[in-house]
Ligand binder design. Structure first.
Ligand code: ASP
Length: 412
Protein backbone atom coordinates (compact mmCIF):
# COMPACT_ATOMS: atom_id res chain seq x y z
CA UNK A 1 0.00 0.00 0.00
CA UNK A 2 2.75 2.37 1.08
CA UNK A 3 4.90 1.54 -1.92
CA UNK A 4 1.88 2.02 -4.18
CA UNK A 5 1.50 5.55 -2.75
CA UNK A 6 5.16 6.44 -3.19
CA UNK A 7 5.25 4.95 -6.68
CA UNK A 8 2.95 7.70 -7.88
CA UNK A 9 5.00 10.85 -8.59
CA UNK A 10 4.41 13.54 -5.98
CA UNK A 11 2.95 16.05 -8.42
CA UNK A 12 0.34 13.54 -9.55
CA UNK A 13 -0.60 12.88 -5.94
CA UNK A 14 -0.91 16.61 -5.39
CA UNK A 15 -3.18 17.08 -8.40
CA UNK A 16 -5.24 14.06 -7.29
CA UNK A 17 -5.53 15.58 -3.82
CA UNK A 18 -6.58 18.89 -5.32
CA UNK A 19 -9.41 17.31 -7.30
CA UNK A 20 -10.55 15.13 -4.39
CA UNK A 21 -10.35 18.10 -2.03
CA UNK A 22 -12.53 20.23 -4.30
CA UNK A 23 -15.12 17.46 -4.66
CA UNK A 24 -15.10 16.85 -0.90
CA UNK A 25 -15.55 20.58 -0.24
CA UNK A 26 -18.52 20.83 -2.61
CA UNK A 27 -20.21 17.82 -1.05
CA UNK A 28 -19.38 18.70 2.55
CA UNK A 29 -19.90 22.47 2.43
CA UNK A 30 -18.66 24.85 5.15
CA UNK A 31 -18.38 21.92 7.59
CA UNK A 32 -15.20 20.93 5.75
CA UNK A 33 -13.50 23.49 7.98
CA UNK A 34 -13.16 20.70 10.54
CA UNK A 35 -10.19 19.28 8.58
CA UNK A 36 -8.49 22.63 8.01
CA UNK A 37 -6.02 21.83 10.79
CA UNK A 38 -4.31 19.34 8.45
CA UNK A 39 -3.66 22.21 6.06
CA UNK A 40 -2.39 24.37 8.93
CA UNK A 41 0.03 21.59 9.83
CA UNK A 42 1.35 21.71 6.26
CA UNK A 43 1.70 25.51 6.28
CA UNK A 44 3.54 25.43 9.58
CA UNK A 45 5.94 22.85 8.16
CA UNK A 46 6.68 25.05 5.16
CA UNK A 47 7.33 28.03 7.42
CA UNK A 48 9.77 25.92 9.40
CA UNK A 49 11.94 25.51 6.28
CA UNK A 50 12.24 29.13 5.25
CA UNK A 51 14.96 30.32 7.66
CA UNK A 52 17.42 27.41 7.39
CA UNK A 53 16.80 26.99 3.67
CA UNK A 54 17.53 30.62 2.85
CA UNK A 55 20.43 30.85 5.24
CA UNK A 56 22.30 27.79 4.01
CA UNK A 57 21.57 28.08 0.30
CA UNK A 58 22.24 31.81 0.12
CA UNK A 59 25.58 31.61 1.93
CA UNK A 60 26.69 28.61 -0.10
CA UNK A 61 25.45 30.26 -3.33
CA UNK A 62 27.28 33.53 -2.70
CA UNK A 63 30.45 31.75 -1.65
CA UNK A 64 30.31 29.90 -4.98
CA UNK A 65 30.27 33.29 -6.70
CA UNK A 66 33.65 33.80 -5.03
CA UNK A 67 35.02 32.20 -8.16
CA UNK A 68 33.97 35.40 -9.83
CA UNK A 69 37.42 36.80 -9.34
CA UNK A 70 38.82 34.03 -11.52
CA UNK A 71 36.30 34.69 -14.22
CA UNK A 72 36.57 38.46 -13.85
CA UNK A 73 34.67 40.18 -16.57
CA UNK A 74 32.43 37.19 -17.20
CA UNK A 75 31.23 37.16 -13.58
CA UNK A 76 30.30 40.84 -13.42
CA UNK A 77 28.29 40.74 -16.64
CA UNK A 78 26.62 37.49 -15.71
CA UNK A 79 25.41 38.76 -12.34
CA UNK A 80 24.29 42.06 -13.86
CA UNK A 81 22.24 40.22 -16.47
CA UNK A 82 20.78 37.84 -13.90
CA UNK A 83 19.66 40.75 -11.75
CA UNK A 84 18.31 42.90 -14.62
CA UNK A 85 16.31 40.06 -16.20
CA UNK A 86 15.08 39.02 -12.73
CA UNK A 87 13.83 42.54 -12.06
CA UNK A 88 12.09 42.77 -15.44
CA UNK A 89 10.46 39.42 -14.70
CA UNK A 90 9.11 40.40 -11.26
CA UNK A 91 7.69 43.66 -12.56
CA UNK A 92 6.08 41.77 -15.44
CA UNK A 93 4.40 39.47 -12.90
CA UNK A 94 3.26 42.47 -10.85
CA UNK A 95 1.92 44.22 -13.97
CA UNK A 96 0.02 41.18 -15.22
CA UNK A 97 -1.63 40.67 -11.84
CA UNK A 98 -2.40 44.38 -11.44
CA UNK A 99 -4.04 44.57 -14.88
CA UNK A 100 -5.95 41.28 -14.98
CA UNK A 101 -6.68 41.08 -11.20
CA UNK A 102 -6.89 37.26 -11.00
CA UNK A 103 -7.64 37.27 -7.27
CA UNK A 104 -10.24 40.03 -7.23
CA UNK A 105 -13.92 39.41 -6.72
CA UNK A 106 -13.55 36.22 -4.72
CA UNK A 107 -15.50 36.64 -1.50
CA UNK A 108 -13.06 35.27 1.04
CA UNK A 109 -14.98 36.45 4.09
CA UNK A 110 -16.01 32.85 4.82
CA UNK A 111 -12.37 31.87 5.32
CA UNK A 112 -11.03 35.15 6.72
CA UNK A 113 -11.68 34.22 10.32
CA UNK A 114 -9.25 31.31 10.12
CA UNK A 115 -6.50 33.58 8.91
CA UNK A 116 -3.82 35.32 10.92
CA UNK A 117 -3.11 38.72 9.41
CA UNK A 118 0.56 39.56 9.00
CA UNK A 119 1.30 43.07 10.28
CA UNK A 120 2.44 45.44 7.58
CA UNK A 121 2.93 49.01 8.69
CA UNK A 122 6.48 49.83 7.67
CA UNK A 123 7.46 53.27 6.33
CA UNK A 124 10.47 53.75 4.04
CA UNK A 125 12.76 54.63 6.95
CA UNK A 126 11.49 51.66 8.95
CA UNK A 127 12.23 49.53 5.93
CA UNK A 128 15.84 50.70 5.73
CA UNK A 129 16.30 50.18 9.46
CA UNK A 130 14.57 46.81 9.36
CA UNK A 131 17.14 45.29 7.04
CA UNK A 132 19.84 45.68 9.69
CA UNK A 133 19.83 42.58 11.84
CA UNK A 134 20.11 43.91 15.38
CA UNK A 135 20.37 40.39 16.67
CA UNK A 136 20.85 37.58 14.12
CA UNK A 137 19.35 35.08 16.54
CA UNK A 138 16.24 37.21 17.03
CA UNK A 139 15.93 37.65 13.28
CA UNK A 140 16.00 33.90 12.80
CA UNK A 141 13.58 33.28 15.64
CA UNK A 142 11.14 35.77 14.12
CA UNK A 143 11.73 34.39 10.61
CA UNK A 144 12.41 37.95 9.55
CA UNK A 145 13.85 37.23 6.14
CA UNK A 146 15.20 40.51 4.85
CA UNK A 147 17.69 41.11 7.69
CA UNK A 148 18.41 37.40 7.56
CA UNK A 149 19.43 37.73 3.92
CA UNK A 150 21.65 40.70 4.78
CA UNK A 151 23.26 38.67 7.56
CA UNK A 152 23.75 35.70 5.20
CA UNK A 153 25.41 37.94 2.62
CA UNK A 154 27.78 39.38 5.21
CA UNK A 155 28.71 35.90 6.44
CA UNK A 156 29.39 34.81 2.86
CA UNK A 157 31.59 37.85 2.19
CA UNK A 158 33.42 37.21 5.49
CA UNK A 159 34.04 33.60 4.49
CA UNK A 160 35.47 34.71 1.16
CA UNK A 161 37.69 37.30 2.81
CA UNK A 162 38.98 34.74 5.31
CA UNK A 163 40.23 32.62 2.38
CA UNK A 164 41.83 29.42 3.78
CA UNK A 165 40.51 30.01 7.28
CA UNK A 166 36.99 30.21 5.89
CA UNK A 167 37.16 26.85 4.11
CA UNK A 168 35.72 24.69 6.91
CA UNK A 169 32.67 26.96 6.96
CA UNK A 170 32.27 26.66 3.18
CA UNK A 171 31.97 22.90 3.65
CA UNK A 172 29.44 23.34 6.43
CA UNK A 173 27.26 25.70 4.41
CA UNK A 174 27.49 23.58 1.25
CA UNK A 175 26.48 20.50 3.16
CA UNK A 176 23.79 22.43 5.05
CA UNK A 177 22.32 23.54 1.73
CA UNK A 178 22.20 19.95 0.48
CA UNK A 179 20.69 18.70 3.74
CA UNK A 180 18.01 21.41 3.59
CA UNK A 181 17.11 20.30 0.07
CA UNK A 182 16.52 16.80 1.44
CA UNK A 183 14.46 18.14 4.35
CA UNK A 184 12.44 20.13 1.82
CA UNK A 185 11.76 16.90 -0.06
CA UNK A 186 10.44 15.31 3.14
CA UNK A 187 8.12 18.22 3.86
CA UNK A 188 6.90 18.26 0.27
CA UNK A 189 5.53 14.78 0.94
CA UNK A 190 2.95 16.46 3.16
CA UNK A 191 1.69 18.51 0.22
CA UNK A 192 -1.08 16.10 -0.94
CA UNK A 193 -2.59 16.03 2.58
CA UNK A 194 -2.30 19.77 3.07
CA UNK A 195 -3.71 20.48 -0.37
CA UNK A 196 -6.61 18.06 0.12
CA UNK A 197 -7.62 19.58 3.46
CA UNK A 198 -7.24 23.19 2.38
CA UNK A 199 -8.99 22.75 -0.94
CA UNK A 200 -11.88 21.01 0.81
CA UNK A 201 -12.07 23.89 3.28
CA UNK A 202 -11.74 26.60 0.62
CA UNK A 203 -14.12 25.10 -1.92
CA UNK A 204 -16.59 24.18 0.83
CA UNK A 205 -16.62 27.79 1.98
CA UNK A 206 -16.18 29.69 -1.29
CA UNK A 207 -17.57 27.64 -4.16
CA UNK A 208 -16.81 28.08 -7.84
CA UNK A 209 -15.47 31.64 -7.72
CA UNK A 210 -12.26 30.50 -6.12
CA UNK A 211 -11.60 27.88 -8.77
CA UNK A 212 -12.14 30.32 -11.57
CA UNK A 213 -9.57 32.66 -10.08
CA UNK A 214 -7.04 29.79 -9.85
CA UNK A 215 -7.56 29.00 -13.54
CA UNK A 216 -6.85 32.64 -14.40
CA UNK A 217 -3.70 32.54 -12.25
CA UNK A 218 -2.41 29.49 -14.15
CA UNK A 219 -3.16 31.22 -17.47
CA UNK A 220 -1.28 34.35 -16.38
CA UNK A 221 1.69 32.27 -15.23
CA UNK A 222 1.95 30.76 -18.73
CA UNK A 223 1.46 34.12 -20.40
CA UNK A 224 4.16 35.75 -18.25
CA UNK A 225 6.65 32.96 -18.94
CA UNK A 226 5.95 33.11 -22.67
CA UNK A 227 6.53 36.88 -22.68
CA UNK A 228 9.86 36.38 -20.90
CA UNK A 229 10.96 33.70 -23.38
CA UNK A 230 9.64 35.19 -26.60
CA UNK A 231 10.17 38.89 -25.92
CA UNK A 232 12.92 39.35 -23.32
CA UNK A 233 15.22 36.46 -24.24
CA UNK A 234 14.63 36.92 -27.96
CA UNK A 235 15.55 40.61 -27.60
CA UNK A 236 18.70 39.67 -25.68
CA UNK A 237 19.79 37.23 -28.37
CA UNK A 238 18.89 39.55 -31.24
CA UNK A 239 20.09 42.91 -29.94
CA UNK A 240 22.77 42.14 -27.34
CA UNK A 241 24.26 38.95 -28.76
CA UNK A 242 23.29 39.80 -32.35
CA UNK A 243 22.62 36.19 -33.27
CA UNK A 244 19.70 34.48 -35.05
CA UNK A 245 16.87 33.94 -32.55
CA UNK A 246 15.51 30.86 -34.34
CA UNK A 247 18.84 29.06 -34.08
CA UNK A 248 19.04 29.87 -30.39
CA UNK A 249 15.68 28.28 -29.66
CA UNK A 250 16.41 25.29 -31.90
CA UNK A 251 19.62 24.72 -29.96
CA UNK A 252 18.02 24.93 -26.54
CA UNK A 253 14.74 23.09 -27.14
CA UNK A 254 15.95 19.84 -25.48
CA UNK A 255 16.73 21.65 -22.24
CA UNK A 256 13.36 23.40 -22.35
CA UNK A 257 11.56 20.08 -22.73
CA UNK A 258 13.53 18.44 -19.90
CA UNK A 259 13.00 21.51 -17.69
CA UNK A 260 9.28 21.44 -18.43
CA UNK A 261 8.86 17.77 -17.62
CA UNK A 262 11.12 17.58 -14.54
CA UNK A 263 10.27 21.01 -13.04
CA UNK A 264 13.85 21.16 -11.81
CA UNK A 265 16.60 23.44 -13.11
CA UNK A 266 19.20 21.40 -11.24
CA UNK A 267 18.05 18.11 -12.75
CA UNK A 268 18.07 19.76 -16.18
CA UNK A 269 21.56 21.22 -15.68
CA UNK A 270 23.46 18.51 -17.63
CA UNK A 271 21.12 18.93 -20.61
CA UNK A 272 21.27 22.74 -20.48
CA UNK A 273 25.07 22.55 -20.39
CA UNK A 274 25.19 20.20 -23.34
CA UNK A 275 22.82 22.34 -25.41
CA UNK A 276 24.70 25.53 -24.56
CA UNK A 277 28.07 24.05 -25.43
CA UNK A 278 27.36 21.72 -28.32
CA UNK A 279 24.36 23.30 -30.01
CA UNK A 280 25.09 26.94 -29.31
CA UNK A 281 28.89 26.89 -29.41
CA UNK A 282 29.55 28.58 -26.06
CA UNK A 283 33.00 27.79 -24.65
CA UNK A 284 33.34 25.20 -21.92
CA UNK A 285 34.47 27.67 -19.24
CA UNK A 286 31.79 30.31 -19.83
CA UNK A 287 28.97 27.80 -20.20
CA UNK A 288 29.84 25.83 -17.09
CA UNK A 289 30.21 28.98 -15.00
CA UNK A 290 27.10 30.78 -16.22
CA UNK A 291 24.78 27.80 -16.57
CA UNK A 292 25.74 26.13 -13.26
CA UNK A 293 25.44 29.35 -11.33
CA UNK A 294 22.27 30.24 -13.23
CA UNK A 295 20.61 26.93 -12.39
CA UNK A 296 20.52 27.95 -8.75
CA UNK A 297 20.40 31.74 -8.79
CA UNK A 298 18.89 32.81 -12.11
CA UNK A 299 15.17 32.05 -12.10
CA UNK A 300 13.20 34.58 -14.09
CA UNK A 301 10.12 32.36 -14.36
CA UNK A 302 10.13 31.98 -10.59
CA UNK A 303 10.68 35.71 -10.02
CA UNK A 304 7.76 36.57 -12.32
CA UNK A 305 5.59 34.01 -10.53
CA UNK A 306 6.45 35.39 -7.09
CA UNK A 307 5.35 38.87 -8.18
CA UNK A 308 2.17 37.50 -9.73
CA UNK A 309 1.28 35.26 -6.79
CA UNK A 310 1.85 37.98 -4.19
CA UNK A 311 -0.59 40.34 -5.88
CA UNK A 312 -2.99 37.43 -6.33
CA UNK A 313 -2.91 36.76 -2.58
CA UNK A 314 -3.32 40.46 -1.79
CA UNK A 315 -6.35 40.68 -4.11
CA UNK A 316 -7.82 37.52 -2.65
CA UNK A 317 -7.71 38.87 0.89
CA UNK A 318 -8.42 42.49 0.04
CA UNK A 319 -5.02 43.85 1.10
CA UNK A 320 -4.13 47.18 -0.45
CA UNK A 321 -0.57 47.34 -1.64
CA UNK A 322 1.33 50.61 -2.05
CA UNK A 323 4.13 51.40 -4.49
CA UNK A 324 6.50 50.87 -1.57
CA UNK A 325 5.07 47.37 -1.23
CA UNK A 326 5.66 46.73 -4.94
CA UNK A 327 9.29 47.75 -4.55
CA UNK A 328 9.52 45.47 -1.53
CA UNK A 329 8.02 42.62 -3.59
CA UNK A 330 10.50 43.26 -6.40
CA UNK A 331 13.41 43.03 -3.95
CA UNK A 332 12.23 40.01 -1.98
CA UNK A 333 11.03 38.15 -5.10
CA UNK A 334 14.42 38.64 -6.76
CA UNK A 335 16.17 37.48 -3.59
CA UNK A 336 13.70 34.61 -3.28
CA UNK A 337 14.41 33.47 -6.82
CA UNK A 338 18.13 33.65 -6.04
CA UNK A 339 17.69 31.74 -2.78
CA UNK A 340 15.40 29.09 -4.32
CA UNK A 341 17.07 25.79 -5.09
CA UNK A 342 16.52 24.45 -8.61
CA UNK A 343 14.21 21.66 -7.49
CA UNK A 344 10.45 21.21 -7.95
CA UNK A 345 8.21 23.41 -5.85
CA UNK A 346 10.76 25.76 -4.30
CA UNK A 347 9.01 28.75 -5.86
CA UNK A 348 6.07 27.88 -3.65
CA UNK A 349 8.21 27.84 -0.52
CA UNK A 350 9.83 31.16 -1.39
CA UNK A 351 6.35 32.68 -1.39
CA UNK A 352 6.48 32.65 2.40
CA UNK A 353 9.38 35.10 2.15
CA UNK A 354 7.70 37.51 -0.26
CA UNK A 355 4.24 37.31 1.33
CA UNK A 356 5.63 37.95 4.79
CA UNK A 357 7.39 41.11 3.60
CA UNK A 358 4.14 42.80 2.52
CA UNK A 359 1.57 41.22 4.82
CA UNK A 360 -0.17 38.78 2.46
CA UNK A 361 -1.62 35.80 4.42
CA UNK A 362 0.39 32.59 4.03
CA UNK A 363 -2.87 30.67 3.49
CA UNK A 364 -2.60 31.85 -0.12
CA UNK A 365 0.22 29.33 -0.52
CA UNK A 366 -2.09 26.48 0.32
CA UNK A 367 -4.72 27.87 -1.99
CA UNK A 368 -2.23 27.87 -4.87
CA UNK A 369 -0.32 24.67 -3.98
CA UNK A 370 -2.67 22.31 -5.81
CA UNK A 371 -2.02 23.94 -9.16
CA UNK A 372 1.60 24.83 -8.50
CA UNK A 373 3.11 21.92 -10.39
CA UNK A 374 1.53 22.87 -13.72
CA UNK A 375 2.94 26.36 -13.25
CA UNK A 376 6.28 25.09 -11.94
CA UNK A 377 6.88 23.19 -15.19
CA UNK A 378 6.56 26.35 -17.25
CA UNK A 379 8.64 28.41 -14.79
CA UNK A 380 11.43 25.87 -14.96
CA UNK A 381 11.44 25.78 -18.78
CA UNK A 382 11.73 29.58 -18.60
CA UNK A 383 14.49 29.44 -15.98
CA UNK A 384 16.71 27.11 -18.01
CA UNK A 385 16.16 29.10 -21.21
CA UNK A 386 17.28 32.19 -19.30
CA UNK A 387 20.47 30.48 -18.15
CA UNK A 388 21.36 29.68 -21.77
CA UNK A 389 20.37 33.11 -23.06
CA UNK A 390 22.67 34.78 -20.53
CA UNK A 391 25.46 32.28 -21.30
CA UNK A 392 25.23 33.02 -25.04
CA UNK A 393 25.08 36.79 -24.53
CA UNK A 394 28.01 36.85 -22.10
CA UNK A 395 29.96 34.53 -24.39
CA UNK A 396 29.46 36.90 -27.33
CA UNK A 397 30.51 39.89 -25.22
CA UNK A 398 33.67 38.16 -24.05
CA UNK A 399 34.42 36.42 -27.34
CA UNK A 400 33.90 32.94 -25.95
CA UNK A 401 31.52 31.58 -28.61
CA UNK A 402 31.97 29.67 -31.82
CA UNK A 403 29.16 31.15 -33.90
CA UNK A 404 29.60 28.59 -36.69
CA UNK A 405 28.58 25.88 -34.20
CA UNK A 406 25.41 27.75 -33.37
CA UNK A 407 24.32 28.45 -36.89
CA UNK A 408 24.76 24.79 -37.79
CA UNK A 409 22.76 23.75 -34.75
CA UNK A 410 20.02 22.18 -36.86
CA UNK A 411 22.13 19.14 -37.64
CA UNK A 412 22.69 18.21 -33.99
N1 ASP B 1 11.23 24.36 -9.95
C1 ASP B 1 11.87 25.60 -10.32
C2 ASP B 1 13.25 25.32 -10.86
O1 ASP B 1 13.85 24.32 -10.58
C3 ASP B 1 11.94 26.56 -9.17
C4 ASP B 1 10.53 26.98 -8.80
O2 ASP B 1 9.87 26.26 -8.05
O3 ASP B 1 10.09 28.03 -9.33
O4 ASP B 1 13.74 26.09 -11.64
Amino acid sequence: MLSFWFNIPLWQRVIGALILGIITGFLWGPEAESIKWIGDFFIKSIKMLVVPLIFFSLVSGIVAIGDLRKLGRVGGRTILMFVVTGQIAVWLGIALAAIIQPGAGVDTSAIQKGITPVPNDASAVDLILSIVPESPVQVMADANVLPLIVFAMLIAIGILMAKKDGEPLIKIFDSGAIVMQKVTMIIMELTPFGVFALMAWVSGALGLDALQSLAILVGLNYLGCLIIILVIYSAMIKFLARLPVGDFFRGIVDAMAVGYSTASSSATLPVTLRCTQRNLGVSQSVSSFVVSLGSTINMDGTAMYLGLATLFGAQLFGIDLTWGDYVMISITATLGSIGAAGIPGTGLIMMALVFGSVGVPLETIAFIAGVDRIMDMMRTATNVTGDSAVAVTVAVMTDEIDVKEMVSADDV
